[in-house]
Write a protein that binds this ligand. Sequence first.
Ligand code: PMT
Length: 401
Amino acid sequence: MDILKDKHILIGITGSIAAYRIPDLIRLLQGQGAEVKVILTKGAQAFITPLTFAALTRNQVYTDIFEFYPEHPVIHLDLGAWADAFVIAPASANILAKLAQGIADDLLTSTVLGCKKPVLICPAMNTNMYFNAAVQANIARLREFGMDVMTPAQGKLACGVEGAGRLPDVQGILEKIEAILLPQDLAGYKMLVTAGPTQEPIDPVRFISNRSSGKMGLAIACAACQRGAEVTLISGPTHLKPPYGVNFIPVTTAEEMKNAILKSFPQMDAVIMAAAVADFKPAYVPHKIKKSEQITLSMQKTDDILSLLGQQKQHQLLVGFAAETQNLIKEACKKIRQKNLDMIVANNVMQPGAGFEVSTNQVTIIYRNGVREQWPLMTKKAVAMRLLDRVKELLSRCRMS
Ligand code: PMT
């Protein structure tokens, strides 16, 4: 699923210290097959130079509306026509104010006014400036105009203050650029996605868990969010950052995951359970077990969360995963019936390139009526996108019936 392959991305950089992070964004975009061109405002050039971006993009960098650029003779209109998406990052308080008023006094502002492509704005500034009533009003107005404005990240700012105002993480900006290029065909749906392993404590310093990295579940949560769904992601411990824009609920144990899921479930249209929830948990010893102690782990079964959802479900669509090492189809079909699911995604976790930890998966989709689709080995991102196509079809059938 190469959303950015051969896409033209125009980046407008304004006067903010966060400009130094844009080369990383450009690298990510190029890694996905996109071509990038850059406009720098006068303010931006106080922080970074055109040469940096010319070297990185292998393209002319545009700075002046009154200069003649032979490849784009009517520069403020041609650049917008060239672009598939226009990203303003970092966007200073000044540019937000100008764009909210329709001011066109330089190349960047004029290009925005003349551009009919999706525009993504990524503000970055001091916390007090960001929460200033005028800035908030300008952001609200830009959203009314149909522009996408990202919420800045929290953290330590260049001025030393801690708070909201940091340029969002470049991976988050990349995900959002992909999102503005995708159809918003899941808008209006509320989806709950689970990911990762659970950890079941043995004593205060040890636990048992499994090899789930969270990649599969996070890919689904990210893709659903990019396509407009309101996504709640409940994930066990992973090293991955939750995708931009999801409502993220971190949990540790199967019990915590169950409680978080049951709380959110009534409001959901669909649940996709990619998490590898522990089937067993050890009896907890409240002190660090000494090497000298005799150790026997006595295990008890955890609640099967999907089965509970299967019993409680009303309008919700339920999609489970089946991680199998033998009799893939037979075991997966058994789980559809036992857990009252609408669909199951079966993966043979012994197969190279499929299942735990890797970035690819090879799955068979099985519907409740027994119809099956065997998909080839694909990236987890591509599996997520195709799975959501099927979920969308089922959801729209539910809405019609
Ligand atoms: O995270 P990755 O490294 O990317 O790996 C992806 C994956 C292999 C974890 C994923 O593709 C996958 O197969 N997830 C389901 C793993 C699993 O727990 O399968 P299962 O066959 O044991 O369980 C069947 C279903 O019941 C699953 O949807 C599971 O979430 C759910 N379940 C299981 C146990 C339990 N106590 N409660 C549950 O709800």
